[in-house]
Design a protein around this ligand. Structure first.
Ligand code: FMN
Length: 328
């Protein structure tokens, strides 16, 4: 049975991708993920702020003015500094030395400033691809949605100038016209788009009237939002789409592949069920394929995307129709 797929131009032995999180910031975990069959691994994100802080520190050490040409940063030897940035580069190098699974680095960014020159360091450390986790919280009352969206394209353009490894962009669903944005992003030169990121949220403790963290992990019902947009955008996107948020088991994996995801990222379920659960999901996928006489992922990938589905309106319908409410 052939589970292989091609994502971002990388040959993956299967479409199971470990999503970016603290779990993928440790070499022992990465080895375990490979052992249990992960097709690719996205490392924990390095934050733009960390990169900029490091750049500043290095500039201070060199007694240079803070506002300096980005190419100067190429001269820095980040690997000699014990900090989050050099640790990150070291993690990529170590992962590439000890694993054969493709390693996707990740940067969390909000701006197309000097940090983009650092992308070259990630490529030099041998990452197979770079996932840009971009989110600009739309709270600026002066900035239009078009201006906010333009930042995504500016970041992609600048990073593309720095590196030639594949780039993917991980986005949220907070866009005025998500389908249009996904379409335009897919034509911007990225090799893939990840739908969607899940954000850290806050909650209120009504006993002691304080702000506390909301539950960290996604819930299986989050799948429906992800699946809807994978189904709507997958057949027209000019690049690969990976699904993220709400995939907790083989059933959700299969649903996302059927609606057109080239690969699926899993995070919460690895926290709650453990890394060995990767093998269970892959076994369950194989059993399902056998039951349905599919010999390869290609045979069913995208079979139920919105345009191919018999009920083409199914994923577009959002309001509860009368007959539903009468039944319930
Ligand atoms: C503890 C934790 C840490 C995360 N850290 C990152 C991160 O550094 N970068 C990133 O792009 N996403 C991060 N995420 C988001 C996940 O990659 C993923 O998009 C999200 O959890 C939804 O997928 P899931 O439903 O499989 O959990 C994190 C998620 C969790 C739960």
């Amino acid at each position: 049975m052939d589970l292989s797929t091609n994502y971002l131009g990388l040959n993956l032995k299967n479409p199971f991708i470990v999503g970016s999180s603290g779990l993928s910031s440790d070499i022992a975990n990465l080895k375990e993920m490979e052992k249990y069959g992960a097709g690719a691994i996205v490392l924990k994100s390095l934050f733009e702020e960390d990169i900029l802080m490091e750049m500043k520190e290095n500039l201070n050490q060199m007694s240079r003015p803070a506002n300096i040409y980005p190419e100067i940063f190429d001269a820095f030897d980040f690997s000699t500094i014990e900090d989050s940035v050099s640790k990150y580069l070291f993690l990529i190098e170590e992962a590439k030395k000890s694993l054969s699974t493709p390693i996707i680095a990740s940067v969390n960014c909000i701006d197309s400033n000097e940090w983009t020159s650092f992308a070259k360091r990630i490529q030099d450390a041998s990452a197979d691809a770079l996932e840009l986790n971009i989110f600009i919280t739309p709270t600026d009352m002066e900035r239009t949605s078009a201006e906010t969206e333009q930042i995504y394209f500016d970041i992609i353009e600048k990073v593309k100038k720095e590196i030639n490894i594949p780039i993917s962009v991980k986005i949220s669903y907070f866009f005025t016209n998500l389908a249009n944005t996904v379409q335009r992003l897919s034509q911007s030169g990225v090799a893939g788009i990840v739908l969607f990121n899940k954000f850290y949220q806050s909650d209120v403790n009504i006993d002691n009237l304080s702000i506390v963290p909301a539950p960290l992990f996604s819930s299986p019902s989050d799948l429906y939002q992800t699946m809807r947009w994978i189904a709507i955008t997958s057949s027209s996107a000019a690049c690969d789409l990976a699904a993220s948020t709400g995939a907790h088991d083989a059933k959700s994996f299969i649903k996302l592949l059927l609606t057109g995801a080239k690969a699926v990222q899993f995070t919460s379920t690895l926290y709650t069920r453990g890394i060995p659960y990767i093998a269970t999901i892959l076994d369950d996928l194989k059993n399902w394929m056998e039951k349905h006489s599919f010999n390869s992922i290609k045979e069913f990938n995208g079979k139920l995307s919105a345009d191919k589905n018999k009920d083409q309106g199914a994923f577009l319908r959002v309001q509860f129709m009368k007959h539903y409410s009468e039944k319930n």
